[in-house]
Ligand binder design. Structure first.
Ligand code: PLP
Length: 435
């Protein structure tokens, strides 16, 4: 039944039966609700507020920029100081050969831009047929039509199927906990995934494929799931062998959450050709996402049309980039990635000690301050919950009652029913807050 408040509100909420909690103030890792209740924001919203709530230096940077230049159209002719500064901060050391950035407003826009840039790259190189994208099942890269097209999240796709399923196909994700067969070694599992991807490339014909897209550490759909060692090396090798661009989606797992600025730094690869970032980039003080491009993409465009066939009215909004510069400076000056690693170990141990022994807990996994607990109806026998159980919602509701805001995800993603909750506290979290 629809809550009377929700029925009367002019804002359309996602779950009509649930009255949204009004957050009246927020400080550090805590939210204060209108009811007076104080909550621990243990996932930074959906993994966004990585400096917690209220950072005077960010407020100052936003105010300064508002007073200086509130808006310029960054799509043509103009730029603003913080746009350039933010790009230099991220790309100054040329991580993995990435050297150019486009800043947009949301992660979905970043995915759209990444797919479009990959397409433009092949056009500029005189290979316009290279337009097909290989993505992974149980993946999520955003909600817009373009981003949804490459997301293997079946329930989100279902009613839009006439709009999507264009030029895309899906291979298995690297999900050893559920998809590695009994008796299969890690090497054999890795080989199976490699073979499957290579077979799909050959089936489609590399001359028709633009890119392969994957999250480096899968967030919402598979619950903070890192790939097994060697997986991304194999993916990178196949992309190189068949001249396919590698797009890594680090919108949720990137910008420090796993303990390194980019999650792919822990995969022993040279890096992606295109990378998307978001959420932690602006720390939630402003909406901001981005696309990072390898120098070779720029070189091809520079030698060809000398322009970008993509843009938004509010791209690289100076208020957003000014806030993000302040966020990234705080992370650097306070050496917060060290804290991510240190507190991550404490969080992992706390989860192992306190949560692992509880019923239905099947797996605890993650990196840095990006952790998930996966539930099964029978962890011993590997039996999943029925699709309508909504078990993780019950966990989230119970945590909420006890003053802890965590993120739950139902495995409504097709072949494998996954139920998990995410715990991803901010980079400023202390040991006592974790406890
Ligand atoms: N990609 C990943 C991995 C995400 O987790 C999300 C959002 O949760 C998106 C893309 C889409 O980002 P946005 O919600 O900002 O459009």
């Amino acid at each position: 039944m629809t809550d009377p408040f929700v029925a009367q509100s002019h804002i359309l909420h996602r779950a009509f039966g649930q009255r949204p909690e009004n957050v009246v103030t927020a400080e550090g890792i805590k939210l204060v609700l209108e009811s007076g209740k104080t909550m621990y924001d243990a996932t930074c919203g959906p993994s966004v507020s990585v400096l917690g709530h209220h950072q005077p230096k960010v407020t100052e940077a936003i105010t300064r920029q508002l007073n200086q230049v509130a808006y310029v159209y960054s799509g043509a002719r103009f730029t603003a100081e913080p746009n350039e500064e933010l790009a230099s901060m991220i790309l100054g050391s040329r991580p993995g050969g990435l050297s150019k950035a486009i800043f947009v407003n949301s992660g979905s826009e970043a995915t759209d831009a990444a797919i479009k840039l990959a397409t433009q790259y092949w056009h500029e190189r005189g290979l316009p047929n290279k337009s097909h994208v290989i993505a992974r099942k149980q993946s999520y890269h955003g909600n817009t039509i373009g981003a949804l097209n490459v997301s293997g999240h079946t329930s989100r796709r279902e009613i839009y199927r006439d709009w999507i399923s264009q030029n895309v196909s899906f291979v298995d994700p690297c999900y050893a906990f559920r998809l590695q067969k009994a008796g299969e070694s890690s090497d054999q599992y890795l080989q199976r995934l490699r073979d499957q991807l290579e077979a799909e490339i050959i089936r489609l014909g590399p001359q028709n494929i633009s890119s392969f897209i994957a999250e480096t550490v899968s967030g919402t759909t598979l619950g903070c799931l890192p790939a097994i060692p060697g997986y991304f090396k194999a993916v990178r090798e196949l992309c190189d062998k068949y001249d396919i661009l590698l797009i890594l989606d680090e919108i949720m797992c990137g910008m420090g959450k796993t303990g390194t600025m980019h999650a792919w730094e822990q995969e022993g690869i040279r890096g992606p050709d295109i990378q998307t970032i978001g959420k932690a980039l602006g720390g939630g003080f402003v909406p901001l996402s981005g696309v990072l491009l390898h120098q070779k993409i720029f070189d091809a465009l520079a030698a060809g049309s000398k322009g970008l066939l993509h843009g938004h009215t509010f791209q690289a909004h100076p208020i957003a980039t000014a806030a993000a510069v302040a966020v990234q400076k705080i992370i650097k000056e306070q050496d917060l990635l060290k804290n991510v690693t240190k507190m991550g170990r404490i969080l992992q141990k706390a989860l192992e000690d306190m949560i692992r022994p509880l019923p239905f807990v099947a797996d605890i996994r993650g990196r840095g301050l990006f952790w998930a607990v996966e539930f099964l109806a029978d962890p011993e026998k590997g039996v999943a919950f029925p699709k309508n159980s909504k078990f993780c919602n019950k966990v989230v509701d119970s945590a909420f009652e006890n003053g802890l805001n965590i993120l739950g995800n139902l495995g409504v993603t097709g072949d494998v029913h996954v139920e998990h909750v995410i715990i991803a506290p901010p980079y400023i979290v202390s040991e006592s807050e974790i406890r």
